[in-house]
Design a binder for this molecule. Sequence first.
Ligand code: KIV
Length: 283
Amino acid sequence: MGKITIQDILKKKGKSKIAMLTCYDYSFARILDEAGIDVVLVGDSLANVVLGLEETRRVSFGEMLNHTRAVAAGVENSLVVADMPFVSYQLRASRAVIYAKKFIACGAAAVKVEWFSANNNKDCVYVVKKLIAANIPVMGHIGLTPQTAHLLGGYKVQGKDMRAALNLLKQAKILEKLGVFSIVLECVPYQVARLITKQVRIPTIGIGAGKFCDGQVLVLYDMLGLYKKIRPKFVRMYKDLYIQTRSALRHYAVDVRHGKFPARFESFSIKKHELALLKRKIR
Ligand code: KIV
């Protein structure tokens, strides 16, 4: 498998499903890449699962940039997408291109932006237009958009009635027309996600949006059981690394306390005559 490009992702529509996961550091990035994950998203869920913050809106641009650099260093083939943090485009939309270029310079192939509307017209459409005009590939994100969840009635399923679903379809069509290369659908009824997927020519990638999307994404720390604070219904835990890691750490602590770690073969040694000289010196 060679380096995955935006064109490869576009071509997968209707042919093969896209596997995407979030990632925040070099070591996991190596594993995701080796496992053949198509798209690695440096998600702003970094705020919750790595930094322990309550809201994704609180993550800073510098934090996202550092983690993007680390992930890009670990990836050879997967497509790296950097999540634009709230502060980089929703606070001052006019600076979005400047920030996005820094992500690209750090090794991201594209950026992701959540749908938002602002009353000063500097909304999602404005931002996406500017980014695409600057030749920066963009992934959209509609449905439950955590950065503005407070405006959506909280962390709730979106598009549950005809009007709300139609509104999501409208957003997807607008994003497609603007030139985004894919759209994340978060917490949307599977029937609505299926309709949207059929209505757009670009791939949809679902999280809590059922099986009919063109691809799926999960938060890495959720699917590996590392983040226990909340467990949304749509998360499938493929391994419980929390339990396994805790057991390994307890084992380590017992070994240290009982002098069982480190063993001789895990230690360095000095030559006999050097040791003898040393001992004579300090006697
Ligand atoms: O930040 C994130 O983890 C995301 C995914 C939920 C798509 O945006």
